[in-house]
Design a binder for this molecule. Structure first.
Ligand SMILES: [Zn+2]
Length: 354
């Protein structure tokens, strides 16, 4: 029987009553100790000394038989000496003592269980956020084609709140530190979708040449600081400028870097990345094909408005809100987006009138 099972037994009032009955009767077994037909039988087997202190002459079934010495091996007779105590258990001479002994044993088991639970909690608390919330995977680098370790946030994170520009705040963890996958061999860095996607051969060749001449490699670390996270974003933006030159992608990378700063409490850096994101979105909306990385042009237009609103540039925000709300089909194609734009519009009216 395990400790947990024993504890469970002792929580049952009927079993406790049975223990008491056993103790009251002197604990003499009524069944073969090894064939447990009842809980009482099990307990009697487990605590023979506690329930039957007067039964010392009764052979203990759990003790192996002592082999009898042969004639030649028989030792010479020794003067009789006092026998040492058979066990460390106290001499339990009364029912009160027996119950006290049992209760003490139960308390000891409970204390051990509590200590084990507390040790497990302390070990969990001592784990770093990276250990708790990220996993290390092997991914094939699209440029050097070697397998590299990359870090990815675990799927299930507890959301605390969402901002107007879709920055999501999570409990005890900032996943934007790990948005960028980076190759530990050649230094190529990009968001997961780009890192795992197909890159044209011509682009690969030119990037390989660039990386040969410029060591851009950042060391692999399992736990990224805010500076690590921002350096990876800056690398990913640089590689986008060197390859696809997509302002839409760069806008999204800048916005994600701004979210990293917001969650890390870096307002000045956040502002820089947000301003760059809004500029890049504006260029991309006029020149590039959408959707980009799952973001539609309507969403990008709304994001421009939300970014300027958060930057307290209400004139620019109003301009982009007008573009969003003048879209005749948005109310039916993306009603939630329309409502969010209308809410910001009303909030700007309230602020500017005050
Ligand atoms: Zn590589």
């Amino acid at each position: 029987m395990t400790k947990a099972e024993f504890l469970q037994l002792l929580r049952d009032p009927d079993i406790c009553k049975e223990i008491f009955e056993i103790v009251k009767k002197g604990g003499k077994p009524t069944v073969e100790p090894t064939k447990f037909t009842s809980i009482g039988g099990k307990l009697k087997h487990m605590y023979p000394n506690a329930v039957a202190p007067q039964q010392q002459s009764t052979p203990q079934p759990s003790q192996p038989p002592t082999p009898k010495p042969t004639q030649s091996q028989q030792p010479p007779p020794q003067p009789s000496q006092p026998k040492p105590a058979q066990s460390a258990q106290p001499n339990l001479s009364s029912i009160a003592d027996k119950l006290k002994f049992l209760r003490g044993h139960i308390n000891k088991i409970e204390d051990e269980k509590i200590a084990a639970e507390e040790a497990a909690k302390a070990a969990e608390a001592a784990r770093s956020p990276a250990e708790k919330f990220t996993v290390v995977l092997q991914k094939r680098c699209p440029i050097c084609e070697k397998n590299s370790r990359v870090i990815k946030p675990k799927a299930r994170l507890n959301v605390e709140k969402r901002d107007l520009d879709y920055c999501v705040h999570y409990k005890d963890f900032n996943p934007y530190l790990y948005t960028i996958f980076a190759c530990e061999h050649c230094g190529f860095a990009a968001e997961e979708k780009k890192f795992s996607g197909v890159i044209p051969n011509k682009t690969k060749e030119s990037l390989r040449e660039f990386l040969k001449q410029n060591d851009m490699k950042l060391p692999f670390v399992e736990e990224r600081t805010s500076e690590d996270g921002l350096s990876f974003f800056e690398l990913a933006i640089l590689f986008s400028e060197l390859t696809d030159q997509s302002k839409g992608r760069q806008a999204i990378l800048n916005l994600n870097a701004a979210w990293l700063c917001r969650c890390e409490g870096l307002p000045d850096r956040e502002r820089e990345f947000m301003e760059q994101a809004a500029e890049d979105f504006a260029v991309a909306l006029d020149n590039e094909r959408w959707p980009i990385n799952g973001i539609s042009d309507d969403m990008a237009t709304y994001l421009c408005a939300a970014i300027y609103f958060l930057l307290k540039d209400y004139d620019s925000a109003t301009k982009w809100l007008g573009r969003t709300m003048n879209n005749a089909t948005l109310r039916t194609t993306a009603p939630k987006l329309f409502e969010q734009a209308r809410d910001i519009w009303q909030e700007i009216k309230r602020i500017t009138k005050a």
